[in-house]
Design a protein around this ligand. Sequence first.
Ligand SMILES: C[S@@+](CC[C@H](N)C(=O)[O-])C[C@H]1O[C@@H](n2cnc3c(N)ncnc32)[C@H](O)[C@@H]1O
Length: 287
Amino acid sequence: MTEKEILLTSILHCSRSALYSEDWTLNNEQEKRLFEALSLRSQGMPLQYILGEVEFFGLVFKVDKRVLIPRPETELLVEAVIRRMKDDRRPPQNVGGRPPELCGGRRTTDDRRRILDIGTGSGCIAVSVAKSLPRVRIDALDVSPEALALAKENAVKNCVDERINFIQSDLFFVFNENNANNRLGRYDIIISNPPYVCSHDIAQLQPEVRFEPRVALDGGSDGLDFYRRLIAESARFLRKGGLLFLEIGFGQRKSIEKIIASQSALRLSEVINDYSAIERVMVLGYG
Ligand SMILES: C[S@@+](CC[C@H](N)C(=O)[O-])C[C@H]1O[C@@H](n2cnc3c(N)ncnc32)[C@H](O)[C@@H]1O
């Protein structure tokens, strides 16, 4: 569909074929909405912000200027996590020191797999993983309280809010040793699609991207600040055999491999290309 068709079908709540096969007259309210939408679009506002929603991994997410618009390539990150979790035959970690037989040999709420999504934004990764893996519990973390508020709405909208815990923190700061937040144990998987654009490149990005929050884009002077911090700190929060899944930007693999090489605790397990053959996801193992 063209952008105009998308806007009109959204305003008229009709299908593309109905748009052409039926006679439509816009009422005043609809005319006003269309005029406003076209005006915002001409200023460069992304269509997804104007519509207020986007489809990701077959689910609908609310989006606005508080969060990055989920990108199709991030679906690869979600797919990779789901694939690994479905293949994982290890027993769940014994949280709280109780042997599994004391729980009647069955998995209980406490021994569900634990996932941490760092920089959750709209919640697209956490919600999609929770939807596909009905036993996992997810902590979804972001430094932005505004993004977290929207991520919570998306968890409710997609009926997975009971299994996602939202946390405001600068990366792992909230889990510092004296903090009770991480008393349930280490994570099976940590996922992150961190900000990875070089600071000085942001001004050159397409006008649409400049509508998105800078905090969601800015990866520091070489775009790698968050990879350094995530790779250095993740091992402390992963169980043995745990995995760190990272979305990476174009051409960043080699630099990230150098960061990994200086970190003996993590090793590269897999690199996944996107549909344009760009290296897009790195999977790192611990232990
Ligand atoms: C590239 S966006 C990813 C959003 C979402 N996960 C996605 O894939 O569409 C990065 C996210 O990291 C968050 N962020 C930036 N700095 C952070 C920090 N120091 N600690 C935690 N989250 C941070 C931003 O607010 C933003 O939501």
